[in-house]
Design a protein around this ligand. Sequence first.
Ligand SMILES: CC(=O)SCCNC(=O)CCNC(=O)[C@H](O)C(C)(C)COP(=O)(O)OP(=O)(O)OC[C@H]1O[C@@H](n2cnc3c(N)ncnc32)[C@H](O)[C@@H]1OP(=O)(O)O
Ligand SMILES: N[C@@H](CCO)C(=O)O
Length: 488
Amino acid sequence: MNKESVGIVETQYYDINEPITLDSGKTLEKVTVAYETYGELNKEKTNAILICHALTGDAHAAGWHEGDRKPGWWEIVIGPGKALDTEKFFIICSNVLGGCKGTTGPSSINPETGKQYGLDFPVITIRDMVKVQKKLVDSFGISQLYAIIGGSMGGMQVLDWMVTYPAMMKKAVPIATTGLSSPQQIAFNEVGRQAIFSDPNWNNGNYYETGKIPENGLSLARMIAHITYLSDESMDIKFGRDLQDKEEISYDFSIDFQVESYLKHQGETFVKRFDANSYLFITKAVDLFDLSVNDSLIDGLKEVECKTEVISVDSDWLYPTEQSTELVTALNVNNVEVSFSEIKSNYGHDAFLLERGQLNHILSKFLSSSTVEDLMMEKIATIKADADVQDAAKLMLDKHVTHIPVVTDENKLIGIVTSWDLSKSIATNSNQLIDIMTTTVKYCHADDTIEEIARQMRKFDISCLPVVDEDMAVLGLITTDQISNLLG
Ligand SMILES: CC(=O)SCCNC(=O)CCNC(=O)[C@H](O)C(C)(C)COP(=O)(O)OP(=O)(O)OC[C@H]1O[C@@H](n2cnc3c(N)ncnc32)[C@H](O)[C@@H]1OP(=O)(O)O
Ligand SMILES: N[C@@H](CCO)C(=O)O
């Protein structure tokens, strides 16, 4: 285990205690979500980052499960000192709805029958996966994520979050992905599904009790898909035309080339870790993904509010760079603050799982906070000047805060009341907020730099500043604790 790792971790489980209505109109009465977290959630709950996994990933993004020979799938970027620095951020990653690694999916028990769902599991969409993730995020009491990040199908979830819950994140990073699945992407998924359907062991999805799983079909599906995750160049570098365990070609249909052996290995290891029915449902969700409205991604992304970094891979022919630049264009047209990076790699699509240096560089640059807007708490408690001191005290206890901006009916800042002011009220025996609140209140703007306001806060020895717009309307609060937490 290397010293930048989060170390030994365990998957946890969250039961959603209400039915989930899906895009199809069907309902899942009971959903369990498998998830892992790394790092600490700060007391303002402003440092959470949600990681969304790709097609066959799971909640185990970083660290080690006891006894495993490999760490989580994104160990290269998650951990102390890495881009997703667990000394600053609270990282959450959950297994998707429909998966087979702890979250409810076709291999889970259907409460209505007491048997595995199989094909009785409803068809799900990326939005349904996101809906389930939102319930998990809500369960932590997080009202806004600092960022949401994911590659491939994980990038689709990121984009869906940006559209469905636009105020739920400050920053988003969709990687090696698309706003809608192309015919070629659907075609590869369909070939994989047909491989599973054609395996007699698949038995219309009823194989859990027969003990005979559709290994051949699932393995073939993975071999086909795996080719699309590589590039011609990387295959050439890895294998060339080298022979596997033989000096000469054998003129039969046994394995001659290393690449054949490699693909066989990829297929064989995959069937040990993945459920064939999950593969059907999740690839279907990918195929159905389409954020365009009236055939337009510009219309589809018009609700997006957060700062976005779109990342592609130059050798990715499955989710080519053009699909990322289409996203960038659509976000630009919608006045979203968007930046774009193309990873230079010969790995192909899977580069988003492998290119440690470039990913750490791009992600840490994008995630580092430079303006008040990046760090401030939104959706904060405010109070009117005609309230009494007891109302303010109750609000502070309820919301676990020590500073409340005092505002007019139009939400304009006219003062601030702090826990210190409340003690003044006892000393002076005054019950009206107006008598004890501070009216010469210092404030800042969303586009002020963190350095600038940190200097101001030090100079005036204050630990909290209201953030206002040009009309003095309150937008949020920023505290010295948040600044020191997230700047490290
Ligand atoms: C969110 C997520 O995406 S999670 C899911 C990600 N994980 C996967 O997709 C798992 C399968 N995919 C892979 O292994 C991907 O290629 C990656 C990106 C994860 C890893 O890539 P790389 O480190 O370049 O590994 P590579 O593609 O060379 O595969 C190495 C494996 O092939 C095996 N292999 C290499 N050459 C041969 C060969 N000639 N014959 C047989 N097996 C071979 C290695 O022994 C190794 O096996 P192991 O994984 O069981 O240890
Ligand atoms: N190889 C990764 C990426 C696919 O997009 C996976 O299997 O999830």
